[in-house]
Design a protein around this ligand. Structure first.
Ligand code: UDP
Length: 420
């Protein structure tokens, strides 16, 4: 356990990257305001959290837990297994004495019981957009999707007359007309408390600490594109999405035929089987197999589009640097995020499967056509202009006096003092 100096806030992220990164950004915002906090985590994540919060004096408290979330198929059993940490969590908080508020991930539902037991307020961190949260809540409450006869038939959304969704825009349990079972119960537990809107938290991010003074080779490659006044499509599908080898290959061929420049972060195996691919695209495209500083890449002058799975962090990161999105949602609430950014706010284009559904195989011709449209076409110009506008609004919200910054100050006033 690291040394602890009277932390007021306890921050406890769920162990996946997509849930940890935004809460570390929230921790940075608290640090800017001189508010003390302790971060609770598990041994496997402790070192990377310490590295990413470079300042000294951060309290990081490890709770014993050995499972690792590498695949979404294990999600529910791992989320439930986190309950094993409960006695250690409570003991550690009691030893801190001065905790005035616990901010923990919505997936760590049992921290609500701990907070109640210890008499400390708890705020749930819920890393989804308000759009996806609202739509999911409406389908559970009002069941508009009970009236259609197939998963791809559009239904109107109560209170949002301009919107049409399909069951396929949702994952179970939301796609089910009569949701039940362990996953549904897990989701219901999380909905108990939602309120304070703060963000986009990525605007508080700091660059990753590099092991070497030189720029990473892929950043140097991007620099060469700037020198030639060429723009690049950034391609990345988050930290845990599984895509079939056939779909990955189809995307590769589509990008090749679109003749756009691209930088693709692809840690999964596969590209080595696309015979001659890297050689054929070598002047235009590179594949990076390492963990990258995604924000650094998105901020690079050469990047003019982001082919993304629409994980919420990736979406807000793209918005906060003014880069339009080419949406290819895969799982979780990503289909709703794609609807929102393409149909509601107009900051991206979407790759559609060839089967007429929002889920299915996307063919190379679609990748070729829409990637080119985003990078060179008129619709690309329109969404690029719009995303710059949205970026301004996001930055204004996070500046002192902006809505998000003021909301965070209110939250600190409400929960940052000693609890009775
Ligand atoms: N990320 C990164 N480098 C990588 C891959 C991902 O920095 O090589 C970060 C990305 O910037 C984002 C997070 O990991 O903050 C992924 O979260 P997102 O919600 O986009 O997707 P998820 O991984 O949860 O599906």
């Amino acid at each position: 356990m690291a040394s602890v100096s009277t932390p007021h806030f306890v921050i406890f992220p769920f162990m996946s990257q997509g849930h940890t990164i935004p809460l570390l950004n929230l921790a940075r915002l608290l640090r800017h305001r001189h508010i003390s906090f302790a971060i609770f985590t598990i041994p496997a994540n402790s070192a990377s959290i310490r590295d990413s919060l470079t300042n000294t004096g951060i309290s990081i408290i490890n709770l014993p837990f050995t499972e690792k979330l590498n695949s979404m198929s294990l999600f529910l059993s791992i989320a439930n297994a986190t309950k094993q940490m409960q006695p250690h969590f409570e003991q550690a908080i009691e030893s801190l004495q001065s905790v005035s508020c616990i901010i923990s991930d919505g997936f760590l539902t049992w921290t609500q019981q701990s907070a109640a037991k210890l008499g400390i307020p708890r705020l749930v961190f819920y890393g989804m957009s308000n759009y996806a949260t609202t739509m999911s809540e409406i389908v559970v409450r009002e069941r508009p999707h009970a009236k259609v006869s197939s998963d791809d038939e559009p239904f109107p959304v109560p209170d949002f007359p301009w919107l049409k969704l399909t069951r396929n825009d949702f994952e179970p349990p939301f796609s089910q007309v009569k949701p039940e079972g362990p996953l549904f119960e897990f989701v219901l537990e999380q909905y108990l408390a939602l309120a304070w809107c703060v963000g986009p938290l990525c605007l508080a991010a700091e660059p990753l600490v590099s092991q070497t003074p030189q720029k990473q080779p892929w950043v140097q490659w991007l620099d060469t594109k700037v020198a030639k006044r060429e723009s690049v499509l950034y391609v990345a599908f988050g930290s845990q999405a599984d895509m079939s080898p056939e779909q990955l290959r189809e995307i590769a061929l589509g990008l090749e035929q679109a003749k756009v420049n691209f930088l693709w972060v692809l840690r999964s195996k596969g590209s080595e089987f696309w015979e001659g691919f890297e050689e054929r695209v070598k002047d235009r495209g590179i594949i990076v197999k390492e963990w990258v500083d995604q924000l650094e890449i998105l901020q690079h002058e050469s990047i003019n589009g982001f082919l993304s799975h629409c994980g919420w962090n990736s979406v807000v990161e793209s918005i906060s640097v003014g880069v339009p999105i080419l949406a290819l949602p895969l799982m979780a609430e990503q289909h709703l995020n794609a609807r929102m950014l393409v149909e509601e706010i107009g900051i991206g284009l979407r790759l559609m499967p060839s089967n007429g559904s929002v889920r299915g195989f996307v063919k190379l011709e679609e990748v070729e056509k829409v990637a080119r449209e985003l990078m060179e076409g008129e619709r690309g110009v329109a969404v690029r202009m719009k995303v710059k506008e949205v970026r301004k609004a996001a930055c204004a919200a996070m500046k002192e006096g902006g809505s998000s910054s003021s909301m965070l100050n209110l939250l600190i006033n409400e929960f940052g003092g000693p609890h009775p």
